[in-house]
Design a protein around this ligand. Sequence first.
Ligand code: AMP
Length: 308
Amino acid sequence: MSLLVVGTVAFDAIETPFGKTDKIVGGAATYACLAASYFTSESKLVSVVGDDFPQEAIQNFKDHKIDIAGLQIKQGEKSFFWSGRYNNDMNSRDTLDTQLNVLATFDPVLPESYKNSDYLMLGNLVPAIQSKVMDQMAKRPKLIVMDTMNFWMETAWDDLMETIKRVDVLTINDEEARQLTGEYSLVKAAKKILTMGPKFLVIKKGENGALLFHKNQVFFAPALPLEEVFDPTGAGDSFAGGFIGYIAQTDDISFNNMKRAIIYGSAMASFAVERFGTERLLGLKKEEIESRIQDFIDLVQFDITIEE
Ligand code: AMP
């Protein structure tokens, strides 16, 4: 099944306790599309970059069979730039700089061939632009997944609320769930968010895994304990890309299939953090993904028989 992904395609500058990068290619849609490309062969990207964006990165999309007919390249303009610094625990970070550049005037135009996509991933982006993409779909996708972050809660609250209303699944991290609801308890926060529009909510907790909420059901997936986490940037987006990519591949939006999708998403996030930027998400082998899924199964499988 086809999948449309919108989000930032960007330059990032990252500082972690292990090192620092100059401008490297990142962006929410970049990570999400690359992760999804391992599951669906029909991924379509909508985004914008400046003429400073490297040809090599565009080639990476093509190598992953990602349709880039909807990627606008603005001559004489600069790509979106984000810079962040991770704290020692690698689970929290501070944004040092966000330069919207081409994003400030981005008007997404969906090519005709995108408008009937079966699944839609609204990656982290200006909420009004996420809405504009939904407006242009010829039919409602089978599932709309949305990701967002604190930046938009602080700068575009009303638009964010309008956009959240229209989606099926919201994926956000624990701090953002608290900021969105004013609730410290994630269970209380989830209850509130499930009244805002989405029927499903995924709360990402970094190295502490992810929670899936639906009605009064909850499912928990751990993150794989990794010896080395090099750069957590893009973990959330890779998670979302793996999650929706798997759902698009299986074409099944039941809660049970979403549980599997969460594990696939977690597996893609675990790859993303092993190297700086998108490096580890390029050219993964099918067997590597399968073996990682097996690691997840082994991690949580146990036999207990409750005596009557
Ligand atoms: P994640 O680590 O999954 O939360 O996402 C990191 C990616 O999000 C980076 O590659 C950034 O380029 C991108 N990003 C950072 N800030 C924003 C923002 N305000 N809107 C959209 N994308 C952003």
